[in-house]
Design a protein around this ligand. Structure first.
Ligand SMILES: Nc1ncnc2c1ncn2[C@@H]1O[C@H](COP(=O)(O)OP(=O)(O)OP(=O)(O)O)[C@@H](O)[C@H]1O
Length: 676
């Protein structure tokens, strides 16, 4: 029997070899397949029973070139992607944009269509073939069926899924033409189906695997003690965890896809993160905690991963808001040079601070909220001999009485239920050799005052529940925004402690007393902002100089942050100024009559609300009982804190205090307020 013959016409050697192989898989030895590549010329082509052309396009080209097909048995092949090679595509993450590269428009769209039909449609194919103009290629992966040479520059990963092979119908036609369809058809379709099923299985398996992987990865990232952020060369954020949010306190909840400079406003940090040449770790104070930042670059992907780890364990732990207690960690972050101002009052305050700083004495700083008390304390520490020791800032207004004692002085094992095994070091012991900054000292109870006095006088502490005396060498800087001498007069603050603290004394000027410093402060704030080339119009300067600034420099800082956020263009104009309600309002000192109606706009906090309600129910109640009830109600107010709040409520006209057994009761305005 004569051997039958098929001639295969293709455009390239690679295609020729792939298709010849495929045909040999299905055709018996008694059918000979001879492949030709058109570009090598077809002059010595042999006669055959069947002529197979590799694609419709090629057929049209051959006809146009005058190739004589008349009278010949021609099969025009249809091609499909080779399913054996789809694994790599299946593994690409969902929704990734990839460039699909082939030699012509038709074959490119064709292949993409086939892949989509096969269910390999989890990624986005961007068609590319010679002649396509690509602007702004975002894809980094290129997929091609055997046309790697056409992949444009800029594509980092090339996946060659191999030359496209003949599809089911073409093979069936060829088998039919040779009259072997009945013998081979079954095997062929079975083979074919098996392949399709395998691809589908792989696809679903790896999809499951990928989502499982993602889930695991997420658990790992969220389980880290560190804050983690990953971003690409342009600063675009790709991954972050919840811990990072606790440390960086970004303005946005969802940061993926945003640029680093949209969420991080700390210039130093931003520069460090974006500088590819900096590989060293960095230590900086964020949200009052000393944080170690470590950077790793994943070279081949252009990704940088940065981790943020607080020095102090539990620094950013959920639940216990330690930050409020120890405001600025153990590091004094300001120096004298950071304190901006050329006005006489601030220069004077700085010069006193410099003198006192050199001497190891206790200092009392008085000043309204936001005038820079903590800044001064920190700068003083940094010029003192203790500068290499720790600096602890404690805010008393955030602590209950019981906590103050155990936190300040520590406790021995078994001192109270829940006390840690082995006891605990207090802040004074932790600050040994350094400085302790006691903010809002006017808020502490008489009991704590007595203990503080002992530390100052004896330079030693005793832990709660203990009897051992421990020496401590700590310098105390205390601060208050209250008038301490008035409190002394009211017997709310121990006179001996007052004088013991006031060995050195600094009174900080309010911002309204030094309006001439506003432009300087603004320029300093602008220079540390990450937003560059911003100017402030003269009108804005003038307006800002007119404000009251009851919140002082902190309020000014908030105002400029606001204006930078809302401005359009490079100049901050009067249109960008916040509305009046943005600013802290002066508590009106009004006559009793004028106070009526104040309750319409007054907002009670939960402490005041507790106090007014309790007084309403128990007219004449005293501070001691109020304090006990407040603990029972989990509001937790010391007698001292109650006193200062009652004073405020009295100034607002909501309560009146009477001497003797009538005690404290609500005014009509106070009653209206709680009924409201
Ligand atoms: N002279 C100044 N120069 C530059 N920045 C200042 C100055 N004074 C205060 N600030 C800034 O204003 C903000 C408030 O300062 P700080 O926390 O020291 O005030 P404070 O008086 O301790 O406030 P509070 O009593 O409310 O705790 C800080 O961000 C600080 O950096």
């Amino acid at each position: 029997m004569n051997k039958k013959r098929a001639v295969l016409l293709t455009t390239s050697d690679v295609t020729r070899d792939a298709l010849v192989n495929q045909l040999n898989e299905y055709l018996d030895n008694d059918i000979e397949v001879i492949g030709y590549t058109v570009e090598h010329g077809l002059e010595d082509m042999v006669d055959a029973d069947i002529y197979i052309v590799s694609s419709d396009l090629q057929y049209r080209e051959l006809v146009e070139a005058g190739y004589p097909f008349e009278g010949k048995n021609v099969i025009i092949g249809k091609r499909t992607v080779n399913m054996e090679n789809l694994d790599q595509i299946v593994e690409i993450p969902d929704k990734t944009e990839v460039l699909f590269v082939n030699d012509s428009e038709e074959s490119t769209y064709d292949s993409i269509k086939i892949l989509n039909e096969l269910g390999v449609n989890h990624i986005k194919y961007i068609p590319y073939y010679p002649g396509v103009e690509l602007t702004d290629i975002k894809a980094t992966i290129g997929i091609t069926p055997g046309e790697s040479g056409l992949i444009p520059d800029g594509i980092e990963t090339v996946i060659d899924i191999g030359t496209r092979i003949f599809d089911f119908t073409t093979i069936a036609k060829i088998l039919g033409a040779f009259g072997v369809i009945n013998d081979k058809g079954g095997m062929f379709s079975k083979n074919y189906l098996q392949k399709i099923i395998r691809v589908a299985q792989k696809l679903s398996m790896s999809k499951n695997r990928i989502s499982e992987l993602r889930e695991n990865l997420k658990n790992v990232i969220e389980g880290l003690e560190e804050g983690l952020i990953a971003y690409d060369q342009n600063g675009k954020i790709t991954v972050f965890n919840e811990n990072l949010k606790r440390i960086l306190k970004p303005r946005f909840d969802e940061m993926i896809g945003m640029k680093l400079n949209q969420v991080i406003f700390n210039k130093k940090l931003l520069e460090y993160l974006m500088d590819e040449k900096r590989h060293e770790n960095m230590i900086m104070t964020l949200e009052g905690e000393e944080v170690i930042i470590h950077k790793t670059q994943v070279m081949w992907k252009g990704v940088t991963i940065a981790t943020f780890k607080a020095r102090r364990p539990d620094a950013f732990a959920i639940g216990i808001n330690r930050k409020k207690v120890i405001n600025k960690g153990y590091i004094a972050k300001y120096s004298m040079d950071d304190i901006v101002g050329a006005s006489r009052s601030i220069i004077e305050a700085k010069s006193i601070a410099e003198k006192l700083g050199q001497r190891d004495m206790t200092i009392l700083i008085e000043g309204e909220s936001g005038t820079g008390k903590e800044m001064f304390a920190s700068a003083i520490h940094n010029i003192s001999d203790r500068k290499n020791g720790p600096f602890l800032a404690i805010n008393f207004s955030a602590l209950t009485d019981d906590l103050i004692e155990s936190e300040l002085f520590g406790y021995e094992e078994g001192a109270f239920t829940g006390a840690k095994k082995g006891g605990k070091e207090g802040f004074f012991e932790q600050a040994d050799g350094g400085t302790i900054f006691l903010d809002e000292i006017g808020d502490v109870s008489l009991k704590v005052q007595a203990r503080l006095l002992r530390v100052l006088e004896e330079k030693e502490i005793m832990r709660v529940g203990g009897n051992k005396i421990r020496p401590v060498k700590v310098r105390v800087i205390a601060a208050t925004n209250k008038n301490l001498s008035e409190l002394v007069e009211e017997k709310q603050f121990r006179e001996d402690l007052y004088f013991r603290l006031k060995m050195g004394y600094i009174q900080l000027p309010t911002l309204r007393q030094r309006r001439e410093d506003i432009p300087l402060l603004l320029n300093q704030l602008l220079s540390t902002s990450t937003i560059e080339n911003v100017e402030i119009s003269d009108e804005v300067y003038d307006k800002l100089k007119e404000y009251e600034w009851l919140g002082n420099v902190r309020e000014l800082k908030n105002t400029i942050t606001y204006m930078l956020a809302v401005k359009s263009g490079n100049v901050v104009t009067v249109n960008d100024l916040p509305q009046k309600s943005f600013f802290k309002e002066r508590k009106p000192v009004e006559s009793k009559d004028e106070r009526i109606g104040n309750e319409e706009k007054y907002r009670l906090d939960r402490f005041e609300s507790f106090l007014l309600n309790t007084i309403y129910e128990n007219p004449g109640i005293g501070r001691k009982l109020l304090s006990e009830l407040s603990y029972a109600a989990e509001v937790g107010l010391t007698e001292n804190q109650i006193r200062s709040r009652l004073n405020k409520l009295e100034r607002e006209g909501f309560i009146q205090k009477r001497k003797g057994r009538f005690g404290t009761s609500l005014t009509d305005a106070g009653a209206n307020l709680i009924n409201k």
